[in-house]
Design a binder for this molecule. Structure first.
Ligand code: 6GU
Length: 249
C-alpha cells in the first residue's frame, strides 16, 4: 500500500516512519510512504502557500493551487489511481475509528493532505479531496500527526506487517470491547501480585476472568462502546455481569 503525504513539514515524518512496525512494513515493501512538500508546487519567488481569508477573520488560509498541482502531479506519475482516496486531514472531518482504518486498508494508494494554519481554501474540499478525516475532538496545529496516526493504524492491518502472534483480531475496538488487563513476570513486584487465576492453568476460567475484566473496563471507561454492541455480541452471562456492575455503583 502506498501513502502519499502532502505537507508543509515533510521533515516531521522521518524519525517516526523510520522506527518500529512502520520501518519493518516499509523494509518488507508492504507499505511505502511518499512525502510531498507542498511548497515544491508553488511558482513564485517566496514559495507562497497561504494568503488572507476573504471576508476577513484571523489567521491565514492555505491556497488551493499548490495542493491541486501536487495531487495532479502525483496522479500523472501513475502512483495514485483516478479512484484512489484523496483525504483532507482537518478537525472538521469525520472521526477516524478502527472501522475507518479497515475501510482504508482495502485501497492500494491513498493521498493524505495535511492542512495547516486556520484552514484550507474550501475548493480543495469541494473539487479535489474525496473525503475528510479528523482524529478526534481536539485541535492540533496541523494534519501531520493525524497522517501518522492513520498510516500506522492502517499499516498494521495489512497482511505481512504484524506477526501472527500480534494479530489485530483481538485488539480493543476490533472486538468492540476494551482489552482485559495483562501481566508478565515477576509474579510479585513490590508486593503487588499477579491475579492468582492467571497462574492457575485453568484455561476456561482464565478466559472467563478476561472477558469479565474487558466488560468491567469498557463499562467504566467507555460505556458508549457497550451501547453500540449489536444483538448477540453479549452473552446472557455478560449481561448478568454488567447488571452486577451497575448495581454496585
Ligand atoms: Cl486531522 N487536524 C488538526 N489540525 N487538528 C485535528 C485533527 C486534524 N484531528 C483532530 N484534531
Amino acid at each position: 500500500m502506498r501513502f502519499h503525504v502532502l505537507t508543509l513539514f515533510p521533515a516531521m515524518f522521518g524519525s517516526y516512519l523510520g522506527e518500529g512496525i512502520l520501518a519493518r512494513a516499509q523494509d518488507r515493501e508492504v507499505v511505502s510512504v511518499n512525502l510531498h512538500d507542498i511548497r515544491d508546487y508553488t511558482h513564485d519567488r517566496h514559495r507562497t502557500v497561504d494568503d488572507y481569508p476573504y471576508g476577513g477573520g484571523p489567521g491565514m488560509v492555505m491556497k488551493p493551487a499548490p495542493l491541486f498541482e501536487a495531487v495532479e502531479a502525483i496522479r500523472a506519475s501513475g502512483e495514485l489511481g483516478e479512484s484512489s482516496p484523496v483525504i483532507m486531514l482537518t478537525p472538521q472531518g469525520r472521526t477516524f475509528t478502527q472501522a475507518v482504518a479497515e475501510e482504508l486498508s482495502y485501497h492500494d494508494e491513498i493521498a493524505l493532505i495535511c492542512g495547516r494554519y486556520e484552514g484550507v481554501d474550501e475548493r480543495v474540499a469541494l473539487h479535489l479531496s474525496t473525503d475528510s478525516i479528523s482524529i478526534g475532538d481536539y485541535v492540533l496545529g496541523g494534519g501531520e500527526l493525524a497522517a501518522m496516526v492513520i498510516i500506522e493504524a492502517v499499516s498494521r492491518l495489512l497482511p505481512g506487517v504484524m506477526g501472527s502472534a500480534e494479530s489485530p483480531a483481538n485488539d480493543s475496538f476490533t472486538t468492540g470491547l476494551l482489552q482485559h488487563p495483562i501481566y508478565t513476570r515477576p509474579e510479585t513486584f513490590r508486593d503487588w501480585d499477579v491475579p492468582e487465576i492467571l497462574l492457575s492453568g485453568h484455561h476456561a476460567e482464565i478466559a472467563r476472568w478476561q472477558r469479565r475484566e474487558s466488560l468491567r473496563r469498557t463499562y467504566l471507561n467507555r460505556p458508549d462502546l457497550l451501547d453500540s454492541l449489536t444483538e448477540g455480541e453479549l452473552t446472557e452471562e455478560d449481561l448478568r455481569f454488567l447488571r452486577e456492575l451497575s448495581e454496585l455503583s
